[in-house]
Design a protein around this ligand. Sequence first.
Ligand code: IMP
Length: 431
Amino acid sequence: MPNIVVIGTQWGDEGKGRIVDILSEKVDVVARYQGGNNAGHTIIVDGKTTVLHHIPSGILRQDKISIIGNGVVIDPKFLLEEIDGLRKSGYPVSSANFKISDRTHVIMPYHKLMDKARESQMGNNKIGTTGRGIGPVYEDKVARRGIRVSDLLYPDYFADRLKSIINQKNIYLKNVLGIEPLDFEHIFDDYIEYGKKLNPFITDTSLLLYDLVKQNKAILFEGAQGVMLDVDFGTYPYVTSSNSGAGGVCSGTGISPKIIDTIVGISKAYTTRVGEGPFPSEIKDGFGEVLRKMGNEYGATTGRPRRCGWFDTVSVSYSIKISGISSLMLTKLDVLSDLQTIKICTGYKYKDQVLKDFPSNPNVLSSCKPVYEEVPGWRSELSDINDPSDLPQNLMNYLGKLEDILETQISLISIGPSREQFITLKNGLLN
Ligand code: IMP
């Protein structure tokens, strides 16, 4: 198995965790490169559902090393609970199979307070964040006033840094957001404790990855969210605060781009989005609600109902182009099985033009109307199919149409929520 990057091509929730779980059987290492516990990766193994927020999906397989890269942000209390939950469910998590980059930034209590208070102050202009403090922690990283997880291991240094940061934050919290000032001692004690508990996992994962590459170990790099939420290439400002596209892999793990062999894109067979922001192929009539129910489209992190729409080739094509995606894996085909016809968004009508390229300006994007092609549905149950030749012809036509428009092959489809409910279509990575 080559070194592979797995990327979401839409607005997140494409089923990446699920696909990483399938692919991880063939790799030695799974490394996550960005995002934090805003992500929620749902995986069902032997009927048991696990939702992972920080920890790479590789943790569900024995003998794999799971790495949280420096580009990820962690909420230590939440992460410790996640580790605990995995252990209770019978998945071992130890310093042998789980590593955290010493450079990983830590979400502090003020980040969460700031995230929530700002959102409520912004009213109609809110981003619709997960409220986990993701924007503020990345903001502090870039502003050079962040706390990294290894800082928690040096009490004097941490105390010094935290004192000056808390002083600044308290002025902001009180005077701008109208929030009670925070207590240094309390936060310091809690975070020193978290540091002690996380210490066995903390290491320089960039050097670890270098060594693993030298030993010819196969590495899978797992993204969170999707390209449409990438801070540079997504629907800015309605995005997350990190590079969820391929660009984030090297800066988020410390590997050289030369070691990446292939990049795989994950798309849902339709489109969903949580939070605010433009979504040209959103279904705004009652059928959106029907699709939400059929696909059980509720956020794995916040439980919020996801907005639902048709497959959008304009945005996915853009994600493919800027990420160097060589094949696509399509999830949740089974959700569409009852439909008489299925729509595919093939362009955006903007004034008197039809745009085929994804516009960068939010003002243009929010005025775009979807242009659809409609294809017949397959109207048959997929969940028990094992052999690609048993797939209904109309489903193959749907896939063929997407491949033609996207100029990219679809190598795997998922046809049900369980680990084994997928079909490899093309000389896949799984052979
Ligand atoms: P934040 O990442 O919490 O700051 O939220 C910014 C935007 O990204 C919001 O629209 C969120 O709903 C969205 N978002 C963040 N993480 C995920 C995810 O894992 N799946 C889907 N949407 C996400």
